[in-house]
Write a protein that binds this ligand. Structure first.
Ligand code: ZN
Length: 180
């Protein structure tokens, strides 16, 4: 499954026809919405991120990082905090590099890792933009990038109990306390 954001290049008009959620510009095809790429009979479309009915601006959600780009982390939202996940529709959200932490962040991969669980605030429901800038937000569970063991928080550092690897994240004060 490939996830794209608006403006992401998908291919060339001579190879594919533009389906829903796709526009053509100078012979190239781009996503016009955030979502999942679907290719069928040489037609490229983007199935848009579904709006999650239960979620409002300002809500806190918990989800997993499923893709990291230069300036963007894609989050698969699992639930709204305080609600059972059975009651939720899941969906996709995105954290822009400017919404990761207070102050400037140069490289998003120093704040998040693939498959991290994050606690994030919803800042825009239409485009499902999330933020971990606010107090209490950030990574609540992460695994070692070398041996996949769960990282343990020790004095503001995430340490792997198995191989000793130390990793950097935008850590939430809730790290390791949840039921993840
Ligand atoms: Zn390790």
């Amino acid at each position: 499954m490939k996830f794209v954001m608006p403006g992401d290049k998908l291919g060339y008009a001579e190879e594919y026809a533009a389906g829903k959620g796709v526009y053509e510009e100078n012979g190239e095809l781009f996503a016009s919405v955030a979502g999942k790429v679907v290719m069928r009979d040489r037609v490229i479309s983007v199935e848009p991120v579904k709006r999650i009915p239960e979620i409002k601006k300002g809500d806190v959600v918990v989800g997993r990082i499923i893709d990291l780009r230069n300036s963007l982390a894609l989050v698969e939202i699992a639930r709204k905090e305080g609600f059972d996940r059975e009651l939720m529709h899941t969906g996709l959200g995105a954290i822009h590099i400017s919404n990761v932490q207070p102050g400037y962040l140069k490289d998003i991969s120093t704040a998040f890792g693939y498959r991290d669980i994050v606690r994030a605030k919803v800042v825009d429901v239409e485009q499902m933009k999330l933020s971990t800038k606010e107090e209490g937000m950030g990574v609540i569970k992460a695994i070692c990038s070398i041996c996949k063991e769960g990282l343990v928080l020790e004095k503001n550092k995430l340490v792997c109990p198995s191989c000793g690897n130390v990793e950097k994240r935008r850590v939430s004060p809730e790290y390791g306390k949840g039921r993840w």
